[in-house]
Design a protein around this ligand. Structure first.
Ligand code: AKG
Ligand code: FE2
Length: 508
């Protein structure tokens, strides 16, 4: 079983671990990686040669780390099923992700054409390369060589523990039971049209080991609005052309109202971070509403092996310090969180892995700073608890494609900020919308606070202010995700004042 799902950030982390301190900024690492076509060692060598790094201080040995080959499996020899558990075997015949590891692009799922992208060469149109399941391409990282021992993983089995150790809150049984089942059935029915995201990881075309889709809260009005949402979903699918998102089905709308209430109640118990949205997103007449869901990403995980690797959610449309409300329905799965330790603390403490079991009808609110400080994942499991719904499927939904007994539906409700409208997002030299990312590895000197009111503590009992130092954010080119790994390397620091963003929760 893979403990660590990987993404570009992981490759950056490998490069970073090859280099001496003080470390170059993230964008320089990214730029070097792109120039070196993803060869971590070549990128590191180039950086040393260009003198972008301070010389290694005398007597300080650089860590030896496996090259890229040690991390990626060979294309011709995809990783074999990691487990021969009964679940894996029964899935093998109908699990496209498994088939893709060995079959060329004529296999069933990828024969579904995507529509055109602006790139002449992209994931949708170009390659004869096979699409491989991300989890089959990446190996778990070698054991940490740091002198700081990694604490044992901790299971956070109740809301008190979740609030004590993370910037999240857990709300069991959030919806009336009948509504929870109705939303589950509605989404399982719709999931037949959901897709697996595909993108280039350097020279490999990989696909997400689960299906997803997007929803907007209200009917899309004018053409401009449809176009804006289309841009957003296109960015979400790594530049792949896609339909504008679907409007929330009625059951989802009903659930969303309850979830919004739960989120706002929780937000009133917390102090806000300065860069949080400071406008009033409420409907006219709504009182005490600081957060509103106007968009949702939905995921379907079939069986025990479908998963999502470690990542933090892109901030492009939701802005810094977002609140994301994540509803789980169906089969329980473990949600995993791990803090990204800033480079200047790496010799003092190691990140702990937190496992949060998410049962049917539970809401996990990822509060402000979760995306900046932590990465999250839903790892593959070797076993699965079958889900027994307490209500039967509505008569209107005969013949569900996915079996409620072994599927998990996840809906993340989000607030897309007006001040991060797609038309305001910087474009890179490829002509694509850039992606907003926090510089997770390097917190700034100035200290800002936020978190649970009155407690002043958060995340393993440390002081909030100490942990939540201000971040710098980058607008980065991610066009390479759809362009055989070749982006333009564009980046710039987000400057909220110059870009006219806000209003914010506090003066910045
Ligand atoms: O399924 C989950 O709980 C997490 C989904 C997720 O991380 C995402 O959609 O970004
Ligand atoms: Fe996520």
């Amino acid at each position: 079983m893979t403990d660590d799902g990987q993404d570009t950030d992981t490759l950056l982390a490998i490069l970073s671990s090859l280099l001496p301190t003080p470390q170059p900024a993230q964008h320089l690492l990214l730029e070097a990686l792109i120039k070196a076509n993803g060869d971590v060692q070549a990128a590191g060598q180039a950086m040393l040669e260009q003198g972008r790094l301070a010389p290694v201080s005398s007597g300080k040995k650089r860590k030896r780390v496996n090259g890229l080959d040690g991390w990626l499996t060979q294309p011709s020899k995809p990783t074999r099923a990691r487990s021969q558990s009964p679940v894996k075997q029964t899935q093998a015949t109908n699990h496209p992700a498994t088939l893709h590891a060995t079959k060329p692009s004529s296999s069933s799922t990828i024969s579904k054409p995507f529509s055109r992208s602006t790139h002449s060469s992209n994931a949708s149109s170009s390659s004869s390369k096979p699409v491989v399941n991300l989890m089959d391409v990446l190996r778990p990282p070698p054991p940490a060589t740091t002198s700081v021992p990694r604490p044992l993983p901790l299971t956070l089995s109740n809301p008190v523990m979740v609030a004590e150790h993370t910037p999240c809150t857990l709300h069991p049984s959030v919806l009336p039971p009948e509504l929870a089942c109705r939303v589950l059935y509605t989404m399982l029915d719709q999931a037949r049209d959901w897709q697996r995201n595909k993108w280039w990881l350097f020279d490999r075309l990989v696909e997400s080991p689960h299906r997803s889709s997007f929803y907007t809260r209200s009917e899309l009005g004018q053409n401009e609005e449809v176009e804006a949402w289309r841009k957003i979903t296109r960015a979400w699918y790594n530049g792949r052309e896609s339909e504008a998102p679907t409007v929330f089905p009625p059951a989802m709308e009903e659930a969303c109202k309850i979830i919004e209430k739960a989120v706002n109640e929780e937000l009133h118990k917390r102090t806000r971070f300065p860069l949080e949205w400071g406008g009033d997103p409420s409907e006219p007449g709504g009182e005490n509403v600081v957060w509103r869901a106007n968009f949702a990403a939905a995921n379907c995980y079939e069986g025990a092996k479908e998963s999502v690797g470690f990542h933090s959610d892109r901030l492009t449309s939701i802005g810094p310090y977002p609140t994301i409300a994540s509803l789980s329905l169906g089969t329980p799965r473990v949600f995993r969180l791990r803090e990204v330790i800033p480079v200047d603390e790496a010799d003092k403490r190691a990140a702990r892995t937190y496992n949060i079991p998410l049962p049917h009808n539970s809401l996990l609110i990822m509060h402000a700073s979760t995306q900046e400080r932590f990465k999250h994942a839903v790892p593959p499991q070797s076993t699965l608890d079958k889900f027994h719904p307490t209500f039967p499927p509505p008569a209107a939904l005969p013949g569900l494609t996915f079996d409620p007994a072994n599927c998990r539906i996840n809906i993340t409700f989000r607030f897309f900020r007006p001040d991060f409208h797609p038309d305001t997002i910087p474009r890179c030299k490829c002509g694509e919308m850039t992606t907003l990312r926090p510089d997770m590895k390097q917190r700034q000197k100035e200290q800002i606070t936020g978190g649970l009111k009155g407690k002043g503590r958060d995340g393993d009992g440390d002081d909030v202010a100490k942990r939540a130092g201000a971040y710098r954010y980058w607008w980065c080119c991610t066009a390479g995700d759809q362009n055989e790994g070749k982006g333009c390397g564009y980046w710039k620091v987000m400057d909220v004042k110059a870009e006219g963003r806000g209003p914010f929760a506090m003066d910045v």
